[in-house]
Ligand binder design. Structure first.
Ligand code: NAD
Ligand code: TYD
Length: 369
């Protein structure tokens, strides 16, 4: 039986991971630590409530005394580190929190882990620090560039990417210098249930359902590799189970799309679902699809994001060869599942959306600028 500290476990990927882990390894202890920022929502974990193995702690990864007492009291031997500020647009708007949490917060976790796992007589015989990171640390690609491998040089372009790159380097250094048993995964863009509607896919779905403009940055030609969140969770599981200590693993979906193609696919799915379902037409009366109009009429090209990376692509050969990692969800099925979840969970997305940030986005990304 392992005792996990899952940081950021009330956020999008962290909560999906906690639900995945509780089902797959029901005997493991799951301690979720989350600061419940705008992106964290305890309700994401409601299915775990009542389990003896589950504990939720509201706190900050930068709180040294809290981390130390949690690690000792709960005999933590596995940290899975998701907690971060994660949205590029916010990092352009207000970068400080990204340095605080992603850099200093990660360092605090590493420092306490080193003390508890490497410097105490009662240290556990086995320990692991799994750091969850992003492909954005590698920078941007041109149309014919090969996909990112684990040896691609870091070239982060946004404050978000730079803060994640710094955290990756700290994790590496704590292994190299002190012998902390670490693994790192660098993953492409995730989508799925519980994703905060500021990221491309859930934002476009919400705006389509509520009849708001669907803001496409620049000309919509930017490319991302998309992975259904469950496939990421399985990839992290494989890295923990089979990954080599001190190594990094790229996790991706082999699934590159331009932004405008994704937005158009969402529009087509919504048109088709609404055409076949009169109940949806009355639940979301502001959606153009409720009146039989094409959802694409909401697409609005807006001013480009500052420093916008043009293309990300992941070469996951190492994870495939060494860990037997393969994504199982197709983009078609993953998008359908996500859309169905959003349609079934209107109260969730209405509750989590933050008015003041929406105002900022609308001001900075308004049509025609
Ligand atoms: P998210 O923004 O949905 O969730 C982040 C969570 O961390 C929230 O619950 C928030 O409350 C919590 N948190 C923030 N600051 C904290 C602090 N100081 N102490 C404790 N908790 C804190 O993010 P996500 O999309 O779930 O991403 C999770 C991790 O995966 C991040 O490290 C991110 O860099 C990485 N990642 C994300 C993607 C993606 O597409 N979303 C892709 C690759 C990697
Ligand atoms: P996002 O979901 O913010 O992820 P990331 O920036 O980490 O890749 O954005 C994905 C892509 O979609 C990115 O190229 C920016 C673009 N985008 C839009 O065109 N409009 C939007 O409203 C948002 C949020 C993103």
């Amino acid at each position: 039986m392992r005792s996990l500290l899952v940081t950021g476990g009330a956020g999008f990927i962290g909560s999906n991971f906690a639900l995945y882990w509780a089902e797959k390894y029901p005997d493991d202890r799951l301690v979720i630590l989350d600061a419940l920022t705008y992106a964290g929502n305890k309700a994401n974990l409601v299915e775990l409530e009542g389990l003896d193995t589950y504990r939720f702690v509201h706190g900050d990864i930068g709180d040294q005394a809290l981390i130390e007492s949690l690690m000792l009291d709960e005999k933590i031997d596995l940290i899975v580190h998701f907690a971060a500020e994660s949205h590029v647009d916010r990092s352009i708007h207000e970068p400080d929190a990204f340095i605080q949490t992603n850099v200093l917060g990660t360092h605090n976790l590493l420092k306490v882990a080193r003390e508890v796992w490497l410097e105490r007589d009662d240290a556990p015989s086995w320990h692991r620090f799994q750091h969850v990171s992003t492909d954005e640390v590698y920078g941007t690609l041109g149309p014919d560039d090969p996909a990112f491998t684990e040896s691609t040089a870091y070239a982060p372009n946004s404050p978000y990417a730079a803060s994640k790159a710094a955290s990756d380097h700290l994790v590496r250094a704590y292994h190299h210098t002190f012998g902390l048993q670490v693994t790192t995964s660098n993953c492409s863009n995730n989508y799925g249930p519980y994703q905060f509607p500021e990221k491309l896919i859930p934002l476009m779905i919400v705006n389509a359902l509520t009849g708001k403009p669907m803001p496409v940055y620049g000309d919509g030609s930017n490319i991302r590799d998309w992975l259904y969140v469950d496939d990421h969770c399985r990839g992290i599981d494989l890295v923990i189970e089979k990954g080599a200590i001190g190594e990094t693993y790229n996790i991706g979906g082999n699934n590159e799309w331009t932004n405008i193609d994704i937005v158009k696919q969402i529009c087509t799915h919504i048109d088709n679902i609404f055409a076949a379902d009169s109940e949806l037409r009355s639940t979301f009366p502001d959606a153009p699809a409720a009146a039989g109009k094409p959802t694409e009429s909401l697409i609005t090209y807006v001013k480009d994001r500052l420093g916008h990376d043009w293309r990300y692509a992941i070469d996951a050969t190492r994870a495939t060869n060494e860990l037997n990692y393969e994504p199982v969800e197709t983009f078609e099925s993953g998008l359908q599942r996500t859309l169905k979840w959003m349609l079934d969970n209107e109260s969730w997305w209405r509750a989590v959306m933050d008015g003041s940030y929406r105002d900022w986005i609308e001001k900075n990304y308004s049509a025609g600028e």
